[in-house]
Design a protein around this ligand. Sequence first.
Ligand SMILES: [Zn+2]
Ligand SMILES: [Zn+2]
Ligand SMILES: [Zn+2]
Ligand SMILES: [Zn+2]
Ligand SMILES: [Zn+2]
Length: 277
Amino acid sequence: MVLLALGESTEKEPGPEAEAEAEECAICFEPGTFVDLPCSCVIKYCTACWDRALATSVTVRGRAQCPSCRAAFKVDFDTASASLVFSKDPLGTAACDWRSQLYEKVRHVQIRLLRGFGASTESQSPSCGRCSLQPHCVCGAELEHISSRSRILRLLEDMDPGWRARIGSADEMVERLLDSSLVTCDLCDKVAIRSKGLWTCKNGPHTVMHPAAYDVCESCFEKYSGVHLEIGDAKSAPRKSRSVLCWDRSRVGQTCCQACSVVLGALRGRQPRSMLG
Ligand SMILES: [Zn+2]
Ligand SMILES: [Zn+2]
Ligand SMILES: [Zn+2]
Ligand SMILES: [Zn+2]
Ligand SMILES: [Zn+2]
């Protein structure tokens, strides 16, 4: 979770002309599965756009509001179906009032997901196929292992995409924030940026399920999944790699699973060193 009031968002809201269309989403204009709106609007929103719009509203206005009628909702989580529940909130309660309860409920489901991830890595046959496994966040997006530095940069981007232009020394800013307690683990509540890396949801703050982003510290990740991974320096972390278990090939044996270390070791033996850097 990011313990900071987030700044303005550049997200566009639907114009009035969108209301004429009945069978497409008012925001992305795509047909799809529409949300059963908790307000009395007849406008259609697809699940993804509705979720994003509410998350944006939490960021910008501090409460979850319908993008068209501005009715406010309390957001709750149904642990049985692992889905969000919206209820009308005529008082317009600030998001901080329901947010901690929401994160608390989500926590149990997230722990279950990490245990499941751990179990699935164990049950795989020892081949590189296991490297395609990716731990998931309760919102459905992937959790990714990034350096604490990258996490701070992402946070700044989420807050204000133009932050670099406004801040004189970006590096100094990042260093300062690395020492702060800005990013906490959503499972143990401890500061998550003290170690080199952490796990963060690719959805960032763009879902109302976790409007302050979702972070899991390395020790919680290991505790629940049983999977231990170390992170290299931010510079050496291959951002484009889709694999979590083999994402740093220059450090075979340290970051890779045992089965893949064997495979990579064999490859390394056969190929000229120059090819592997
Ligand atoms: Zn849409
Ligand atoms: Zn509405
Ligand atoms: Zn998520
Ligand atoms: Zn933790
Ligand atoms: Zn592997």
